[in-house]
Ligand binder design. Structure first.
Ligand code: UT7
Length: 327
């Protein structure tokens, strides 16, 4: 069967850097706590009136088109994973296409919280495998600062803003996206969510006063599920593809907490030198963490490298994707 390959990657983070030192001046926290509990040192924040996730997604897509020598007219489909869409509707994917000049093709959003990029990658892959499309762009973009409560020390230290994008095309035999697992369980819905702003609790004075438009997270509950499920799903995709720690070149984990990443790597039998890590620079950028990792480590990747991408997030949602790097 024809497979899809990632044939290019690009990332974007906004200029403003929010350091642990600045957070110490905003809430009762300290660099030692944040660093030891999460691994985060700083995160980037998108400033500027009227700029949403599409702004960062468009920057990533523009860079991707330029470096892969593709004109906007050559793209057949664009999918954007985000939990912080510019609007409830239209989709952020529509806006990104408009900003970069991709016209008259399908574009839509996928919402699977921190697993969004793996979900969108899995969906995008199907259009290449079926032969329907030749060039599909998958974007992960989140402006988490838009839904972060900077008076809540349990969440405001965690999140950052950013975007990453990959191009999918038909793979050469033996390369590309070989396997994918996506899962969800609504048992997690109250542990990690933005309560208001959707149809269940539309915006009102009351929802604003109760701070229901911000991310709520019961950290320790999410932590327990994350450690178990990210490790389980990574082990499962390795096992069913005959992979062992030794022949995995890179673990590409969602960047929510360095301790969750370490636990996953441990379970997979992968040394820390083979784990992509940029949480110290960006924090948790939700749908953007995995493409931003691929972007930061792109120069170290070699054709034929076995990569295991893994994520866990709100929903709960989780998943793993096995990629044989194609360039
Ligand atoms: O990406 C989507 C999925 N999300 C995740 O995977 C996140 C999963 N959860 C986590 O990563 C961790 O649970 C957190 C990093 C959010 C929290 O770490 P923790 O080790 O679970 O800490 P905790 O919530 O149990 O809090 C420990 C203590 C508490 O104080 P007491 O009750 O022991 O006195 C908190 O109030 O740390 C306190 N605390 C803080 N102290 C300083 C909580 N936040 C902070 C803070 N600075 N920012």
């Amino acid at each position: 069967m024809m497979k899809a390959a990632i044939t290019g990657v690009h990332g974007y983070v906004p200029d403003y850097v929010l350091t642990n030192a600045e957070l110490e001046r905003m809430v009762d926290t300290n660099d030692e706590w944040i660093t030891s509990r999460t691994g985060i040192k700083e995160r980037h924040i998108l400033k500027g009136e009227g700029k949403g996730s599409s702004h960062m997604g468009a920057e990533a897509v523009r860079g991707l088109l330029a470096k892969t020598n593709n004109a906007p007219e050559e793209i057949d489909l664009l999918i954007c994973a985000t939990v912080t869409p510019d609007y409830v509707f239209p989709a952020t994917a529509n806006l990104i296409c408009d900003m970069v000049g991709i016209r008259n093709v399908g574009s839509f959003d996928i919402q699977a919280a921190c697993s969004g990029f793996l979900y969108a990658l899995t969906v995008g892959t199907q259009f290449i495998e079926s032969g329907k499309y030749k060039k599909v762009i998958v974007v992960g973009a989140d402006k988490m600062s838009a839904i972060t409560d900077y008076t809540d020390r349990t969440t405001c230290v965690l999140f950052g803003d950013g975007a990453g994008a990959v191009l999918l095309e038909a793979a050469e035999e033996g390369f590309g996206i070989i396997d994918s697992i996506i899962r969800s369980d609504g048992v997690g819905q109250y542990h990690l969510f933005q309560k208001a702003g959707g149809s269940r609790y539309p915006p009102s004075h009351e929802t604003v006063e109760k701070r229901w438009h911000y991310v709520y997270q019961d950290g320790p509950s999410v932590f327990k599920f994350a450690v178990k499920n990210m490790a389980d799903v990574s082990a499962e995709i390795m096992q069913r593809n005959g992979l062992e720690g030794d022949n995995v070149a890179w673990l590409v984990p969602h960047q929510a907490n360095k301790r969750i990443i370490d636990a996953t790597a441990n379970r997979m039998g992968i040394g820390s030198d083979k784990v992509m890590l940029n949480i110290h620079k960006y924090g948790n950028t939700t749908a953007a963490t995995i493409p931003l990792c691929l972007f930061d480590y792109e120069s170290q990747l070699k054709k034929g490298d076995n990569l295991v991408l893994a994520a866990f997030g709100g929903g709960f949602t989780w998943g793993a994707v096995y990629v044989r790097w194609a360039y």
